[in-house]
Design a protein around this ligand. Structure first.
Ligand code: SF4
Length: 339
């Protein structure tokens, strides 16, 4: 199995006391990755262009202690974010994290997993008798560093023991086999982020292709996890209906036993903020993403950033198309939302 190998790693001194740090650094040493103990990740060289700085950050890992233990809310997929990691090694031109992570989005992995999970337990208690949902991928793709930290496995096992809480995360990566044997109790929804091959080829760099993601999803299905697919960003382009139909066909053909499985779809249409757009243009100056503000509808966002979303007519077209196509091809699946 192919692992993501960072080019440099910075370890905060207070992270050294945690077992996840020892586990990660011993693997990193074997891989020959340079490790520096320091309280601050050094700023990237000034001689680098924004694109180079961005790429360097995406290969840099920081192992640190998460001190902020208040969890942010996480609409529409869950009640709270579960902060295990942030950023990821992928280079998707449209990345929705551009707005919040800024120009140097190095990867952070939080090693105090036990503390984070005890905090989750308090949130669960507060909402009783209701169930509480936690999202493990709100500010990251958590899979690429999992072989180093084992945090997702710990979270999955923790949620298996919770009768009133559920966990979910989403990934584009396929390095998931370490999670297949984990005791999940059916409490973790394992989701893959997919898109039409056109969107993947054009805008996603450094991520596994559609076929590999579907093959990984099939292994997850066999491991008995509730499975989900997040389709996003949904974009309008020439023959988009046909391109998405082909994606659904590949999905149907690539999954065994789909008819009896508990499968969900989440549909996220393309949107951008002004800050995110500036960053995307700085890092990918040649991008062909549709970033024309005049063609969009402006909507005030959850975290104070207004965003440019597709207009109502386009949204209704998406709604009609995806409801019909998913209904025909995956009659037992559930569409959780379209935003
Ligand atoms: S994989 Fe997800 S988090 Fe990583 S760059 Fe792509 S969109 Fe952003």
């Amino acid at each position: 199995m192919h692992h993501f190998v960072p080019s440099q790693v910075f370890v905060q001194p207070d992270a050294l006391a945690y077992p996840a740090t020892r586990q990660a650094t011993s693997k990193l040493k074997q891989l020959g990755v340079p490790i520096t103990v320091t309280s601050r990740v050094p700023a990237a060289g000034r001689e680098l262009s924004p694109a180079e700085r961005y790429r360097e950050a995406k290969r840099t890992l920081s192992l640190r202690v998460r001190k902020e233990l208040d969890f942010a809310s996480c609409k529409p997929s869950a009640h709270y974010q579960l902060p295990l990691t942030s950023s990821c090694p992928g280079l998707c031109e449209y990345c929705y994290l551009s707005t919040t992570l800024g120009p140097g989005p190095y990867i952070r992995a939080y090693v105090n997993v036990e503390e984070i999970l005890s905090r989750a337990e308090k949130y669960i208690q507060q909402r009783l008798p209701d169930e509480t949902y936690f999202e493990g991928a709100a500010t990251s793709d958590p899979v690429p560093v999992e072989y180093l930290t084992g945090s997702l496995a710990k979270a999955i096992e923790f949620f298996a023991r919770q009768s009133k809480a559920r966990f979910r995360f989403v990934t584009k990566f396929t390095d998931i086999d370490s999670l297949l044997k984990v005791e999940h109790g059916g409490h973790t929804r394992f989701r893959f982020s997919i898109n039409s091959q056109h969107v993947i080829e054009k805008f996603e760099h450094g991520t596994p292709r559609l076929k590999a993601r579907i093959a990984a999803a099939n292994r997850v299905l066999h491991a008995g996890y509730p499975l989900g697919f997040l389709i996003g960003p949904i974009l309008v382009f020439e023959h988009w209906e046909k391109a998405y139909a082909e994606m659904f066909e590949m999905l149907r053909d690539g999954l065994d036993e789909i008819i009896n499985a508990d499968v969900t779809f989440e549909l996220i249409t393309h949107r951008f903020t002004r800050r995110g757009k500036e960053l995307q243009l700085a890092v990918f100056p040649e991008t062909e993403l549709p970033l024309e503000e005049d063609e969009r509808r402006f909507k005030f966002g959850q975290f104070g950033y207004g965003k440019f979303v597709y207009r109502k007519e386009t949204m209704s077209q998406f709604d009609e198309y995806f409801t019909r196509t998913i209904g025909n091809m995956f009659p037992r699946a559930r569409i959780e939302y379209l935003v």
